[in-house]
Every structure is written in structure tokens, then in C-alpha cells.
Ligand binder design. Structure first.
Ligand SMILES: [Zn+2]
Length: 375
């Protein structure tokens, strides 16, 4: 991978675009000599390329450096329920070629299929592998602890995947953190505490970035906001409980509240008016969702809450949700926390998994080394 000074150079170019060696010296604090040496090594590695020279006043024309979009890439691999997907992602975050996808009915074949796909995708130009899995993983022991992609299986080793890539670094994470990595790198929010919440019909996942890095707990996984429970009767959740927030934010729960309706939750949000006599059932769902979101914001105090949800495409619903979240927040937080929407359809995709590798490449702190608990 890159050493920390090479990373400083590449990160600065990622954040600020093309810069001359002199500008890199000014912005990183590295000496001009060091910048020169580091730039040479990165040019040789194929990580950077030189742009066309720009006249720079009296002196020599300055040759800008930029991240090379062509020569090197990372591989993203996403293990999700029923499928494994892989793709190449260039160092500017663009997909290179279409993703390769395999549907898998037999959970016992998932890991060997993933390993075989990686073997084909990796090449001498590959810099790192971003690997996302739904559920909980142990990045240090290369194991999946619990995952909807491997139903009914206990801990499963990912050793075949690691063997398939040889010496290349693998950044293994939960799929929600992969999404958060992608958000962070595309929104210039490094160093912030960010709470990213995916809200879909019957599915609610979250990731928490602390100072721009995934929070480390006793296991690497998503932040299970979807299984926050309320005293309300719902369909039984796959976790075994009743009243989970992700069961409340669902078409099934909407139909329980409004007998005889054939509308999906997405359709209902699209024509949401906010009038209690028309939208009482949907307002109930919105209230629970806002309560769950506000509780977690009060607890975490993030700089930003990022909502990734098809439901926020309805401006009336989105506005009502934000208003209700802010109403439920502590007054001191209500005006400080930023609430953003991100309409990003690629949860659990290989392209998003690739951003894990880019996050490690440019910012560091995403690999298993960072996850290691020093005891
Ligand atoms: Zn649950």
C-alpha cells in the first residue's frame, strides 16, 4: 500500500484536485525535496500522473500532478444475501467496466465463489481489495461471525478469499460502513462524526464514523438501529423479536395500521400530505422513525446525520421527517446537527465495497490493523 507520507500527497490531491509539486509542499508541509521524491515514487507506481504544464508567472511552467485514473485500480467485492458481486474501481472512484455478479442459492458455496471471482479479477495493477459483508465480521481473524448472506451458519472463515489475493491488503467491513466510506470520500467530510442511516422498506441499517473512521466495538458490524425496539405489535423480526424499528418502517406495518390498503410504503410516502385524517398510518410510522433517529443522535452527538432512503424523494415526507427528528432532539443539538439526504442506490454493491479500499488508501484507519484492540 502507501506509506503515511505518500498517503498525505495522494489524499491532498484527492481533496483538492490537481496541484503542482510546489503547491503540494505548501499544503502538506512536506519539504520541496520530499515532495519531489514522493511524487516520483507515486508516478512510478502508477498512482499519480502528470497533467499538462501551466505557465506559472516568471519561473518555470508548473506541471500539475493528479491521481491517475487509468493505470491502477482497487477491486470491490460485496457478499450479500443470495449473491456475490465484484468490480474494478479506478483510483478516482469510477467503476472500470461492468460488475461481475453471481447468484448463489447454496450458502455453503458463497465464500469459495467469492474467492474464485477475486482470483480472476485481481491483477498486477490491483492495489487493494475492499470486501463488504452484511452482518458482523472479525477483520483480524478473517471471519464472518453472523450474516444474512450465510443464513444458518455460525462463524465462517474468509481464508479462501484472503488466499486468493495473496499479499494484497484486504479491507473487510460491514456493508453499511462501506457506504459510509463512499459518502465520506465524496462529501469532503473527513474528520467528522457522521451517522449514516439507510432506510428502506423493512430494512434499516446504520454506520457510525468517528473522526472519519468506522467506530470499533467488540465486533465489526453495522450499527443495529433497525433492531431498536418499541412497545408496538409488528410482524416478528428475523432477529426473533417483536417491535423492531425496521419492522415498523415497512409496508407490512402500514397495512396493519390501514386495513385493506394495497399501497406500498414507498407509494404512500410519494403522495404524503401530512394531514392526519388522510395519512394517520403513515404519520405513526414517521413518528417512530423520527423517535429512533432522534434518540441515536442525542446519544452520539454527530456532526451530521445522513439519511439514505428512497422515501426522502418525497419532499413533503422528507421535510416532515426532518422536522419531527429536530423536535425530538435536545435543544442544544437541534440547531447544530446537520441532516443530509443522499440518494445513493448502491447499498451492498461491489462498487461501494471498492470505496473501502479507497478510504484505506487515501485516509488510512480502515484496515484490520486499525481494528486490532491493544489489550
Ligand atoms: Zn429485529
Amino acid at each position: 500500500m502507501l506509506d503515511s507520507r505518500q498517503r498525505d500527497i495522494v489524499r491532498t490531491l484527492w481533496e483538492q484536485g490537481r496541484l503542482s509539486r510546489w503547491e503540494l509542499h505548501e499544503r502538506t508541509g512536506l519539504t520541496p525535496n520530499n515532495v519531489g521524491t514522493l511524487a516520483e515514487s507515486l508516478l512510478k507506481m502508477g498512482v499519480l500522473c502528470e497533467g499538462t504544464a501551466e505557465p506559472g508567472g516568471a519561473g518555470r511552467p508548473r506541471v500539475p500532478l493528479e491521481i491517475d485514473p487509468l493505470r491502477r485500480h482497487v477491486v470491490g467485492l460485496a457478499i450479500a444475501p443470495g449473491s456475490v458481486e465484484a468490480c474494478h474501481v479506478g483510483l478516482r472512484g469510477h467503476p472500470v467496466g461492468p460488475p461481475v455478479s453471481r447468484s448463489i442459492d447454496d450458502a455453503s458455496k458463497v465464500i469459495e465463489t467469492a474467492a474464485a471471482m477475486l482470483k480472476k479479477m485481481r491483477s498486477n495493477e490491483t492495489m487493494a481489495i475492499g470486501l463488504s459483508v452484511t452482518g458482523f465480521v472479525d477483520a483480524e481473524k478473517h471471519a464472518v461471525l453472523f450474516s444474512s448472506a450465510l443464513p444458518g451458519k455460525g462463524p465462517a472463515t474468509l481464508d479462501p478469499v484472503y488466499e486468493a489475493v495473496g499479499e494484497l491488503p484486504v479491507i473487510l467491513e460491514n456493508d453499511m460502513h462501506a457506504m459510509a466510506a463512499r459518502w465520506m470520500l465524496t462529501h469532503r467530510a473527513a474528520g467528522q462524526d457522521v451517522l449514516l442511516v439507510l432506510v428502506e422498506d423493512g430494512r434499516l441499517g446504520a454506520a457510525m464514523l468517528i473522526d472519519g473512521r468506522p467506530n470499533r466495538g467488540c465486533a465489526t458490524g453495522g450499527n443495529e438501529l433497525g433492531h431498536s425496539r418499541f412497545f408496538v405489535d409488528t410482524e416478528k423480526c428475523y432477529c426473533g423479536h417483536n417491535g423492531c424499528l425496521e419492522r415498523i418502517v415497512s409496508t407490512d406495518f402500514l397495512h396493519r395500521q390501514r386495513q385493506g390498503s394495497a399501497e406500498t410504503l414507498l407509494q404512500a410516502t410519494a403522495r404524503f400530505t401530512g394531514q392526519p385524517e388522510k395519512d394517520g398510518a403513515l404519520i405513526t410510522i414517521l413518528d417512530y422513525l423520527a423517535c429512533g433517529l432522534a434518540n441515536v443522535v442525542n446519544f452520539v452527538r454527530p456532526h451530521r446525520l445522513v439519511l439514505v432512503s428512497p422515501f426522502t424523494r418525497s419532499p413533503v415526507f422528507a421535510e416532515a421527517l426532518v422536522r419531527q427528528v429536530r423536535t425530538n432532539l435536545l435543544v442544544e443539538l437541534a440547531d447544530r446537527v446537520k441532516i443530509d439526504f443522499w440518494d445513493e442506490p448502491a447499498a451492498g454493491s461491489a462498487e461501494t465495497a471498492g470505496w473501502l479500499a479507497l478510504a484505506e488508501l487515501f485516509f488510512g484507519g480502515w484496515g484490520a490493523e486499525a481494528a486490532r484492540i491493544k489489550s
